[in-house]
Design a protein around this ligand. Structure first.
Ligand code: AMP
Length: 520
């Protein structure tokens, strides 16, 4: 019997959290080695050490050049588009995320006093193929067997126990975190959680609210002293953390004051909640618009909803709650801590997946108590039906218009896993090979879509123009795309060659490289 221990991980833009199922079958947040329930997703490089969490965050003011934060926003980007260099070594977004995951894994092992082998990691519902692949790679680099990548709103619904309720219901998950915004409509029927529609903006989050305060204070500083305190990185970071603290205070208090010193001069700016809300009204409006779009995509009225779940620290803000309360007549779900819901849901899914694996293989991996206690809580494995958040297409040649266009293979909002098969004719006679370009996006113009990669298949000689090429797109439960091309009896099937992130042969190399670094 090989013993395994699984955890659920919410790998957040500003904060991350890990959870496990305890011996009593109850999901619990795992505190980090600083005894905190959430860990800032911030890394500080110090020689051979990578310090992750609050210590790194606190140092971000003193040593901003050795700090990395907001890595989640860079996930899926190839190395030439995003990298950070420390001590002569280049780190990709996956490697940096892997350091955060290593910290969570290491702290969990210290707390649980056993090795952590497996994890379910959550991602925003609108994460695309490259971003999901990069998240899996990050998990592998951290030495974790990634059981599954699940969407954050799905994890939240599981944490709220909505998968176990007797009545079917429609749920709206509003997730506003430090750096991302995500709204999802879900239908829960029996043990099936089905995503109906999803939308979001991964450049909208708490930081945008903080920036409004930062700019307000900087303006005042400039007015009084004729100097811009944001030009100095240290002063900027310092002001950012003051702004964040002020924003959080304004969630429970009517007014606050921000004091900022730079170059021996200082300012004090008084800020009331009313003024702050006025200055950030446009941000709440952006959230509202996305909520309305997703309801239209779901073809639903607000009165069709049974519950609204709030996820992400920013949903503690009164102006955000008021906006949602005005939109929707249904009560806001408050029972679960918005910072912890996603990690809790992920760990429940991790245990369910392992129970399922045990059942299929007959091999016992979980401690007997966990199995019994968990099964008694919930016998059946929850079924998650995700939908695609982007259209996946192929670039074809239009003979009449003499231009390239995008043919949609799997349309946005298709239930997953999804398979699409289609046939295309070769563009000219005697083509030596068919090159298939795979794109993601809603436009029919290739230039407006993101190229995911290309598939290249060799063709037999002397083929006439228009010879059939079979193209199969397969989207698996992790929302990772596999593409196969078959041409003219040539059985060659080729998987998509991604032009983003780390290639498989680079993963082992990167893993070895990261092992040389002490993560704490
Ligand atoms: P998350 O990424 O879900 O952990 O959300 C973190 C974001 O929520 C950050 O921007 C925090 O500043 C913000 N946040 C946390 N607590 C509060 C609060 N009480 N009031 C306002 N914003 C908060």
């Amino acid at each position: 019997m090989s013993h395994r221990k699984a955890i659920g991980i919410d790998l957040g833009t500003t904060f991350s959290a890990a959870a496990h199922i305890d011996d009593y079958g109850k999901p619990q947040i795992i505190p980090n080695s600083e005894s905190e329930r959430i860990t800032p997703s911030v890394i500080l490089f110090e020689g051979e050490n990578a310090v992750v969490g609050t210590l790194a965050k606190n140092n971000s003011v003193a040593e901003p050049e050795r700090i990395v934060d907001f890595v989640k926003r860079e996930m899926g980007k190839p190395r030439d588009q995003f990298y950070r260099e420390f001590n002569g070594r280049i780190y990709s977004a996956e490697e940096l995320s892997a350091l955060i995951l290593k910290k969570l894994k290491g702290d969990a092992e210290r707390f649980l006093k056993e090795p952590v082998t497996d994890a379910v990691i959550t991602v925003p519902a609108y994460f695309n193929d490259a971003e999901r692949t990069a998240t899996i790679t990050a998990g592998q680099l951290a030495g974790l067997n990634v059981l599954q990548i699940i969407n954050e709103p799905t994890a939240a619904a599981v944490a709220y126990g909505l998968d176990k309720l007797e009545e079917d219901q429609t749920v709206f998950v509003f997730d506003l975190g430090g750096g991302t915004f995500d709204v999802t409509v879900m239908r829960i029927e029996g043990h099936n959680i089905r995503m109906v529609a999803t939308n979001g903006d991964h450049r909208l989050g708490g930081k945008d609210w903080d920036d409004v305060i930062v700019n307000r204070v900087a303006e005042e500083f400039d007015r009084e002293h004729g100097e811009n305190p944001l030009l100095d990185l240290q002063s900027y970071q310092d002001l950012q953390s003051r702004a964040l603290a002020a924003k959080m205070q304004l969630s429970s208090r009517e007014r606050t004051a921000i004091v900022h010193s730079y170059n021996g001069k200082s300012v004090k700016v008084e800020l009331t909640r009313a003024e702050f809300e006025k200055r950030t009204q446009h941000l709440v409006e952006r959230c509202k618009t996305i909520c309305e779009i997703v309801m239209q995509e779901a073809k639903m009225q607000w009165s069709d909803l049974d519950k609204v779940l709030l996820v992400g620290g920013m949903t503690r803000m009164p102006m955000v709650r008021e906006m949602i309360a005005k939109l929707s007549p249904v009560p806001l779900g408050n029972e679960v801590n918005p910072d912890e819901a996603v990690a809790i849901g992920a760990t429940i899914q991790a245990i369910l997946l392992m129970l399922d694996e045990e059942e299929k293989s007959g091999e016992k991996m979980l401690p007997e108590e966990t199995r019994q206690q968990f099964s008694s809580h919930d016998g059946a494995l929850m079924q998650i039906t995700n939908i695609t958040s982007h259209t996946l297409g192929v670039v074809l040649w239009d003979d009449r218009q003499l231009e390239e266009y995008v043919f949609p293979m799997i349309r946005k909002m298709t239930a997953m896993p999804a398979t699409a098969k289609n046939y295309f004719g070769t563009a000219s006679a005697n083509m030596p090979r068919a090159v298939v370009r795979i794109v993601e996006g809603e436009s029919s113009l290739p230039g407006e879509c993101v190229t995911l990669g290309t598939c290249d298949v060799e063709l037999p000689p002397f083929l006439p123009k228009g010879s059939p090429v079979e193209l199969v797109y397969e989207y698996n439960a992790n929302q990772i795309l596999e593409v196969a091309v078959q041409a003219c009896g040539n059985e060659t099937k080729i998987s998509i060659e991604r032009n983003t992130g780390l290639a498989p042969h680079e993963v082992a190399q990167a893993k070895a490289g990261l092992a040389a670094l002490n993560v704490s």
